[in-house]
Each structure stands twice: as C-alpha cells, then as structure tokens.
Design a binder for this molecule. Structure first.
Ligand code: ADP
Ligand code: MG
Length: 275
C-alpha cells in the first residue's frame, strides 16, 4: 500500500446552514485516475475547491502525501503540487498559446533595466511540451481563443504537467464537448496519468469515467452514494447509478400504476370510470 497523494477522510463543508458536503472520503494515487460523479448540486465543485485551496474544509481530514493539511489559498495548493483546471479555464483568448502556457510564471532574461520576457524560450518550450504530450500545434503564436474547447483543455493539461504538478484536478473537462473532442481530451487525461500524476476527474458522464477511471466516487446531495474501484464496478452499474438507479425504478413503477386516461366524448375519464 502506497501513501495516497491526496486523501480525504470524512470531509464536510457547510455554507452557513447549507450542507454542501458531508463525510466524503476519497483517495488519489500517483499514476491513477479518481473519478467523482454526481448530479447538479451534488457537491462536486465544493470538493474541488477544497482540494484546490479555495475553501477550507469544516470537518474531517485532508491529507496531502500523508500529512494533515488545511489549505488557505490556491497558491498553497500549487506549492504542494496540486494543479486545478477549471471549466472556464481562465485563459486570455487574444494572447498567443505560448503566452497562456506561461501565464503567471513567465521566464525572463537579463537583469535590472535589461530584464525582459524570454519569448524565444517560451515559444520553443510550449511547442516542445505540447509535442511531448502528442499535441502537434502548427502555430503556437495563434491566439488561444482560436483553439477548440478540447484543444484548450489539452494545453491546460500539458501546462500542469510541465510545471511539475503531482496532482491534476479537472472540473468536467468534457462537459461541453462532442464525442470526438471528448475522446481527444480523455487521451491527454490518460497521458497525464501515464506521466505519473494523480488525477481527479469530475464528470457527469459514466462512459467517460469508466473508460479512464481507476476509482469512482459517487456523490448525491453532498453525501457519498458509493465508492468503487474499477474491478468492482461495471459500466452498466455505473450508468444505472448515474441515471438515478433506484429512483428510476420507483418512477417506472409509478408510471406503470397510472395508465393514461381514456378519452370519452372529449373529456378525460379516469380508467376506473371508463372500464
Ligand atoms: N458559495 C456557496 N454558498 C452557499 N451555497 C453554496 C455555495 N456553493 C455551493 N453551494 C451549495 O452547495 C451544494 C453543492 O454545490 P456544488 O458543490 O456547486 O455542486 P455541483 O458542483 O456538484 O453541482 C448546492 O446545494 C449548492 O447550492
Ligand atoms: Mg459544479
């Protein structure tokens, strides 16, 4: 048993009296993908914000490489090697790809009044790092806004790998994408895993989760509705749980018990009276 890169144990988070998360546990291991699935309002974003250092948790234990931690800023999370890619990506659309790749960590050359951005290095490194992930961008000078949503996700993943992240957290990276683009993004998520990172993948899509996931945590209204490893969970079962599993069964029963009213003379007549 290796120490997880990130481990939550019974973590809770309240917004005033709103219970956003209660008793949530998960593990993120190097070279593995932990998927977090859940409906709207399940607490997925809250969970990310705790791992990313935006919110401190209220109860439970949060360990980073075995050490008890309460993060008080995203900078602190980054310093511990936790990189988070948000859905809106926070890029500057009109700036070149290379500029976005180094945003906030620009290398410089020269000293004092001669200090300037090392543009040549940034261009070359961006191109090389993207190539290393298997992304062949012909022109790293093009504004990042001209890339597709999927390509931008890929650049963000390559960036996290380049800057030495140990843990990569992705908030619904495939939510707005078509089938083909989703596949491309999942390929780079897998590439980050193969580079040895521990990945947290938030998604609505059980198919995407099952394709790449090693561990699965299901959230429902802030509490855990299941925690599985790949060996213990089939795609069918995951899909069923995401579709609302037992709720759907209940609904099916109710719908069966209420046959459509029969129309007589333009008025709805309940089945009993019609029979
Ligand atoms: N800043 C906030 N203040 C108050 N309630 C919040 C805040 N953020 C989220 N919530 C509530 O916490 C619950 C979980 O939200 P969230 O983590 O965004 O879920 P998800 O990302 O799975 O849709 C929801 O009931 C939501 O309304
Ligand atoms: Mg959310």
């Amino acid at each position: 048993m290796t120490t997880p890169l990130v481990e939550l144990d019974g973590v809770s988070k309240y917004y005033g009296t709103v219970r956003a998360l209660e008793g949530v546990s998960l593990e993120v291991h190097a070279g593995e993908i932990t998927c977090v699935l859940g409906d709207n309002g399940a607490g997925k974003s809250t969970l990310i914000k705790i791992i990313a250092g935006l919110h401190a948790h209220d109860a439970g234990t949060f360990r980073v490489e075995g050490r008890d931690t309460t993060l008080s800023s995203p900078r602190e999370a980054l310093d511990l090697g936790i990189a988070t890619v948000y859905q809106d990506l926070a890029v500057v659309p009109l700036m070149p790809v290379w500029r976005n790749f180094f945003l906030g960590s620009e290398p410089t050359r020269g000293r004092g009044p001669f200090k300037r951005l090392d543009v040549r290095h940034m261009r070359a490194t961006t191109r090389a790092e993207l190539l290393r992930m298997g992304i062949d961008l012909r022109d790293v000078d093009q504004p990042i806004g001209t890339l597709s949503g999927g390509e931008r996700q890929c650049v963000a993943i390559a960036r996290a790998v380049h800057f030495g992240a140990k843990v990569l957290v992705l908030d619904e990276p495939t939510a707005a994408l078509g089938v083909k683009q989703s596949g491309v993004v999942l390929k780079y998520v897998a590439a980050a895993r193969d580079a040895g990172l521990g990945v947290v993948l938030i998604t609505h899509n059980p198919h995407h989760a099952h394709l790449v996931g090693d561990r699965f945590v299901l959230l429902k209204r802030g509490v855990m509705a299941g925690s599985h490893t790949k060996q213990s969970l089939t795609l069918d079962e995951l899909t069923r749980q995401m579709a609302g599993g037992s709720e759907l069964d209940d609904l099916r029963h109710e719908l069966e018990r209420a046959p459509a009213p029969t129309r007589i003379g333009g008025h709805d007549v309940p089945p009993a009276a019609a029979g």
